[in-house]
Design a protein around this ligand. Structure first.
Ligand code: GTP
Ligand code: SPV
Ligand code: MN
Length: 581
């Protein structure tokens, strides 16, 4: 398919290592993909769903031990350990290559190696990046086809001499003890082995578009962020673009596809992206965002017609479901979708009833769906330059501490707010759920270099953007004593976005507090909402004692970075400490 010598040399080397029986280039044609779908159904790797109700849809079950990203087995391999930093696992590149080469050695004997050329970004955009993933999994091929732009287009984009990210994946025996997700930023290389779960194996996504891309962005003067991008259109037809970083399973897909409540008729939200944003300074001096992905790899549980109609509509055709419940009529179900079916097959493949006492779908079960099928996809989704940002929003799950919304004093203070983000952990990564951890800019698991240098890069970017977006923080997850959410969330989050846009336009007032600008309660529209003024006031209060405790956690986290913590961040810390008194 290509004469690019770099590709051919690398392919030759990897073939010698993995020793597949066959090599198949993915050209992106429907005929080829159809044949692969058929093959995967025949082998049992995928289950064909009810083609009348869910045309082009399939179900895949992963191994029980392989249902989420594995952060403790994810490595950043830079020559110097300090370049990976205190928040990443590190191995010396030579050691990692040696260790993993042994695992890959002969791993594809008796199997087919698929060669998937793909583009992250729109073809022909100066901001796009090409990758090639080698894999022995058809599930990976079919998911990459949805999530990225695969085949001939990518080969053309690459050209005779272009550079690309070298991605190698082998499913091997899915052994959790020998599972590795390894990034070599200095070599533009990713090696993944012994997993078959999305985030660990769809190497264009977190591995390339965040870990490798964040490293490239630092060198090249741009940013790769774990952010959704949405366009908020007001009744006058004006659109403001907002990018928002929330940790995994904290509401990006939901916010990106928000449907306005009845009380706010005339507003409309357009989806540009739901997970990753690449940010660059435009010729007009604003910060522009583009979504490098071509599909959504979304959390299934909790997705319903009521909470996220648009996501659900997106998954009605050409979608791959991973680890959801299979109903007796070969459709899919998960907790939070609707009333439970009386009988079905759970994500482990066992017979299930609502009385089984276990969940029918895994809490991190997912759908992979083409972005273009989304009813509210933005007209700018394929714009080669992306969209200009009015606001950047950070957020997380905090039962107490963080108020519903607040605005930073300026860019540097906004970077500090991002750097001090914390959130309760979710099922998107292996490990305990519900534990508060620091997750700066929602990038803790995805920053491809020293996070201290990453903070410095954010501060540097601020100096170079003549007309930067305003920076905010939101928390949809404040709880009362009975752990009930105090804010209705979902579509009603638009009420908060409206205050944000009004602030960007200089239309709304604010109260100056120790942590930033907060809305006056009466400036948040709660028309026709089942929430009283007292509750709203409660979620808009800043408890100085809780925040003084918070400072301790922040300090402890920052201390890890030693001399890598930028002065600009220390200064912000000192300012906050002083304001809290
Ligand atoms: P990743 O794909 O892992 O990056 O996740 P995400 O950030 O896109 O999260 P997503 O939108 O899929 O939401 C994850 C879970 O949070 C789902 O179960 C949602 O139903 C729930 N959720 C989303 N928005 C809200 C909200 O405003 N309030 C409440 N209470 N729950 C929400
Ligand atoms: C996340 O965990 O933030 C995801 C899912 O978007 S995964 O692709 O598995 O990382
Ligand atoms: Mn994500």
């Amino acid at each position: 398919m290509t004469n690019n010598k770099k590709v051919l040399t690398w392919l030759d080397e990897m073939t010698k290592l993995c020793q597949p029986d066959n090599i198949v280039w993915i050209d992106g044609s429907q005929a080829q993909l159809d044949a692969l779908r058929k093959e995967s159904v025949e082998s049992g790797e995928m289950i064909e769903l009810n083609q009348e109700k869910l045309p082009g849809c399939y179900l895949h079950r992963t191994a029980e031990n392989d249902v989420a990203r594995v952060e403790n087995r994810t490595f950043i391999c830079t020559s110097k350990e300090e370049d990976a930093g205190p928040t990443n696992n590190w191995m010396a590149p030579a050691d990692a290559y040696a260790k993993l080469s042994k695992l890959y050695d002969g791993s594809m004997k008796g199997r087919t190696m698929y060669v998937i050329p793909f583009i992250m970004g729109v073809k022909g955009s100066p901001f796009s990046k090409v990758g090639i993933e080698l894999t022995d999994s058809i599930y990976v091929v079919l998911n990459m086809d949805i999530m990225t732009r695969v085949g001939k287009d990518a080969i053309e984009e690459l050209g005779e001499d272009g550079d690309f990210t070298k991605c190698l994946h082998a499913k091997k025996d899915v052994d959790p003890e020998e599972r590795y997700i390894v990034q070599f930023p200095e070599d533009n290389t990713i090696w993944s082995i012994n997993s078959a779960y999305g985030g660990n194996v769809l190497l264009g996504k977190k591995c390339l578009a965040l870990r490798i891309a964040s490293y490239l962005g630092k060198q090249e003067g741009w940013m790769a962020e774990h952010m959704l991008i949405l366009g908020l259109e007001n009744p006058q037809g004006e659109v403001h673009y907002i990018a928002a970083a929330f940790p995994s399973a904290c509401g990006k897909t939901n916010l990106a596809m928000l449907i306005p409540p009845k009380a706010l008729e005339g507003y409309k939200v357009w989806t540009v992206g739901d997970d990753i944003a690449w940010l660059r300074i435009g010729e007009d001096g604003r910060l522009w965002a583009m979504n490098p992905e071509n599909g959504f790899f979304g959390v299934a549980p909790g997705t319903s017609e009521k909470t996220n109609y648009n996501a659900l509509a997106t998954t009605k055709k050409n979608t791959i479901f991973t680890n959801v419940l299979l109903t007796d009529e070969k459709t899919v179900w998960w907790e939070g979708l609707s009333e439970a079916p009386a009988h079905g097959t759970d994500w482990l493949g066992n017979e299930w009833t609502p009385d089984s006492g276990i969940k029918g779908a895994h809490p991190n079960s997912r759908f992979t769906a083409p972005a273009r099928q989304c009813p509210c996809i933005s007209s700018e989704f394929e714009n080669k330059n992306g969209v200009p940002l009015s606001a950047i929003v950070f957020g997380g799950r905090r039962a107490k501490t963080a108020p519903l919304v607040y605005q930073s004093y300026d860019w540097n203070h906004g970077v500090f707010i991002g750097a001090t983000m914390a959130s309760e952990t979710t099922a998107a990564a292996a490990g305990a759920v519900g534990v508060v951890r620091r997750d700066p800019m929602a990038m803790l698991p995805f920053c491809g270099y020293n996070m201290g240098d990453y903070f410095a890069h954010w501060l540097e970017m601020g100096k170079k953007i003549p007309n930067p977006p305003k920076i905010f923080h939101v928390n949809w997850f404040r709880q009362d004593e009975n752990k009930k959410f105090l804010w209705p969330g979902f579509g009603d989050n638009l009420r908060v976005l409206n205050w944000i846009v009004d602030r960007c336009e200089g239309k709304a007032d604010a109260v100056e507090t120790a942590i930033g600008y907060l809305p006056k309660p009466e400036d948040i529209n709660i028309d026709a909402l089942d929430i009283d003024m007292d509750t709203l006031k409660e979620i808009l209060t800043v408890d100085k004692e809780i925040w003084k405790e918070e400072l301790k956690g922040i300090k402890e986290f920052f201390d890890k970075f030693g001399s890598k913590l930028p002065e600009g961040i220390k200064e912000q810390y000192n300012n906050l400490e002083a304001r809290l008194g």
